[in-house]
Design a protein around this ligand. Structure first.
Ligand code: NAD
Ligand code: TYD
Length: 350
């Protein structure tokens, strides 16, 4: 494969995947396709945007004709599909856009790949990046395995589950070479501050309340985003065709314990009395239909592909907090909306 399309590359995880591929594989042409929704920010890729093997395409995966022409014009061999609406709270507010982008958008890309590859699948790959939320919610014990039946419970997870089913249907029906990975919650640099960790870092910095849904007892399994990117690299190149891989770091935290650790980490770096930020913790109305616990069994990935996370949670969280504290311009641009002007400024005259 030479011409690789990465969708959603201006987003949180996508930008880490694009950076890794652009730097690690100079012989690949990397096409980052993104429509730049509120979650897409080209400042995330400022450090590699002038690299020869990097190309940006501003396009919407809901546009089926455009997807066909992108595959044709750039002779795409492989796709890593990350573009999606990704926030559960937004999916509760407006489920329809999740169906349009996550389901229809994925089908548009599958169709474009199918037509462009036209049954000649040698050295071709459709890799779909998905979430552990498709498996639903766990009780106190057990883990999500690749064989766990799908049982999505939010509009977001239902749309991702649906798109996974379409990817498998194209494999079964048209024999398209596909891979899927389902990953746990990610944290790290460049995450939009509507998600728990960057939202709390930003609020601690500004002395604002830290909203904890319900009793804060819900459990998430957190993985450093750069480790997700290396797992995607491994699976893309060495994973078995047609297989699913779960990705996670065996790192479960209740929301309240996580936010307390985050307070202490921020306090240490800000030179505050350790624990003093915990006074900002504010319990608020629970999320509707809030999944109780996610936990990934990633033993297939670790044993088959030898992948393992590069950092433990304390190290990853400290790196993350340091990044947000050292990149106040990025955070200010994102919270003020200024980042939306970056595309016009940097790309319109090229
Ligand atoms: P994100 O919201 O930060 O980024 C999504 C990107 O997709 C943005 O750049 C946005 O502009 C782009 N996009 C949205 N709609 C589009 C459209 N119609 N056409 C083209 N581009 C569009 O999301 P993220 O957190 O980086 O997640 C990326 C992928 O990984 C998603 O598919 C998500 O389901 C999956 N995932 C996320 C997590 C997590 O913890 N964030 C965990 C597991 C899996
Ligand atoms: P989030 O980062 O939105 O990821 P997801 O819903 O995909 O797991 O939320 C992580 C957890 O934190 C989830 O249990 C909801 C909770 N949460 C809060 O308690 N307060 C908040 O302000 C947010 C955004 C999330």
């Amino acid at each position: 494969m030479t011409n690789i399309l990465i969708t959603g590359g201006a987003g949180f995880i996508g930008s880490h995947v694009v950076r890794l591929f652009v730097n690690k594989y100079p012989n690949y042409n990397i096409f980052n396709l993104d429509s730049l929704t509120y979650a897409g920010n080209l400042e995330n890729l400022r450090d590699i945007e002038d690299t020869d093997n990097y190309h940006f395409i501003k396009a919407d995966i809901r546009d089926s004709q455009k997807m066909l022409s992108v595959f044709k014009e750039n002779n795409i061999d492989g796709i890593i599909h990350l573009a999606a609406e990704s926030h559960v709270d937004r999916s509760i507010e407006n489920p329809t856009i999740f169906v349009e982008t996550n389901v229809l958008g994925t089908v548009n890309l599958l169709n474009a790949a199918r037509h462009h590859w036209n049954g000649k699948f040698d050295n071709k790959l459709f890799y779909h990046v998905s979430t552990d939320e498709v498996y639903g919610s766990l009780g106190e014990t057990g883990f999500f395995l690749e064989t766990t039946p799908y049982d999505p419970k939010s509009p977001y997870s239902s749309s991702k589950a649906s798109s996974d089913h379409f990817v498998r249907a194209y494999e079964n029906t048209y024999k398209m070479p596909v891979k899927i990975s389902n990953c746990s919650n990610n944290y790290g640099s460049f995450q939009f501050p509507e998600k728990l960790i960057p939202l709390c870092i930003n609020n601690i910095k500004n002395g604002k309340p830290l909203p904890i849904y319900g009793k804060g007892e819900n459990i998430r399994d957190w993985l450093f985003v750069e480790d997700h990117a290396t797992a995607i690299d491994e699976i893309f190149h060495n994973g078995k065709l047609g297989d699913t891989y779960n990705i996670g770091g065996l790192n479960e935290w209740t929301n309240i314990d996580l936010v307390k650790l985050l307070c202490n980490t921020c306090d240490e770096l800000l030179g505050n009395e350790i624990g003093s930020s915990q006074k900002l913790i504010t319990y608020v109305t629970d999320r509707a239909g809030h999944d109780m616990r996610y936990a990934i069994d990633a033993s297939k990935l670790t044993s088959e592909l030898n992948w393992k996370p590069s950092v433990n949670f304390e190290q990853g969280l400290k790196k993350t907090v340091e990044w947000y504290f050292n990149n106040t311009d990025w955070l200010e641009n994102v919270t003020s909306g200024n980042y939306l002007k970056y595309y016009e400024k940097h790309y319109n005259n090229r």
